[in-house]
Design a protein around this ligand. Structure first.
Ligand code: SER
Length: 319
């Protein structure tokens, strides 16, 4: 029996993670926490309970935890990197203020907490290739600042108060279900939509810019496996490097062309996103996650591309 509150359940990760948790723990209460204006719809609304839980409102978090006897909180509320640069104050309020609210409720009510960190927690001074688990983290973005501070705050709550906090540093996440919005890695999702619609894709990121990416099924599995991991094996907690694939726009473009021969991509540079991407690593070393909780990705670029194209064509009803 597991009772879980997902804060941000209608977002890019939450939409799919909520459904996966409901399948994984059929006897538990898996509560979709959402903010007004982002209500759950369809199967997400029908398959389990949902509650208004604004992460900036600690009482709403506490009430949902009490009502459903929640033992685990997935804190997925965030503004992605480019949106956060446009609204830094709100990014801080949600990213760090919201995490503090969550951790305080977890401390008082004895909940485990999962909070994603990101490749965005690294900066220009970080070693770019095979970025180690424990290394320099001096990000330039407010998104990265909230992620690094969040990692530290989560480790502090584990050490000082015994709150079971755990986290992974996600790469760019690619999915055909819920769109991301406002991220630097979003191009690697948008490109597939253009390919299946037969449109030319205008890429905002320059050729030669490598970033780590991951297909959503692997990311969802990571969310669950890290929380299920044997705590006696965990040397790290907040947060684990995880990786699946690293590519630049040319590599994903050519891969899609293998499956969609007439597909065209041009470059339309976005200075903000490019500057952010340039400050992030090319590829992470995820050996600590592999050693401490047996992390292993299943999808590489080829497998992801085949699955994305097939599912997007079905979703958009394109032959
Ligand atoms: N996908 C995120 C972004 O691009 C990074 O974690 O902002």
């Amino acid at each position: 029996m597991k009772n879980v509150l997902i804060i941000g359940a209608t977002g890019q990760i939450g939409t799919e993670l909520t459904m996966k948790l409901r399948n994984e723990y059929p006897n538990g209460q898996i509560v979709a926490g959402y903010i007004p204006g982002a209500e759950p719809k369809g199967i997400l609304a029908e398959s389990g309970p949902s509650e208004v839980v604004d992460i900036t409102n600690p009482q709403q978090i506490a009430d949902a935890v009490d009502k459903y006897k929640v033992d685990t909180i997935y804190n997925l509320a965030a503004l992605l990197s480019a949106t956060a640069e446009a609204k830094p104050q709100l990014a801080y309020k949600i990213g760090l203020g919201g995490l503090y609210n969550t951790l305080e409720v977890a401390r008082e009510k004895n909940c485990a907490v999962f909070t994603p960190s990101s490749i965005g927690s690294f900066g220009k001074d970080t070693p770019k290739d095979n970025t180690p688990q424990d290394t320099i983290q001096r990000p330039d973005t407010i998104y990265g600042v909230t992620k690094v501070a969040g990692e530290l705050l989560s480790d502090y709550y584990a050490r000082r108060f015994g709150v079971d906090t755990r986290s992974v540093r996600f790469p760019g996440l690619i999915s055909y279900v819920a769109p991301p919005g406002g991220g630097t890695t979003d191009y690697a999702v948008d490109i597939y939509y253009h390919a299946v619609k037969g449109e030319t894709f205008k890429c905002p990121i320059a050729a030669g810019t490598f970033m780590d990416m991951m297909y959503m099924p692997d990311a969802l599995r990571a969310c669950i496996e890290i929380m299920e991991a044997d705590p006696s094996r965990l040397v790290h907690r907040n947060s684990f490097n995880i990786a699946a694939m690293s590519f630049d726009p040319e590599i994903i473009y050519k891969k899609i062309q293998e499956h969609v021969p007439g597909f065209k991509m041009e470059y339309e540079f976005d200075p903000l996103r490019q500057a952010i991407a340039d400050s992030w690593p090319n590829s992470l070393d995820d050996s600590c996650a592999r050693n401490e909780w047996d992390w292993k990705p299943e999808f590489d670029l080829e497998a992801m591309t085949v699955d994305m194209l097939k599912n997007l064509r079905a979703k958009l009803d394109i032959k």
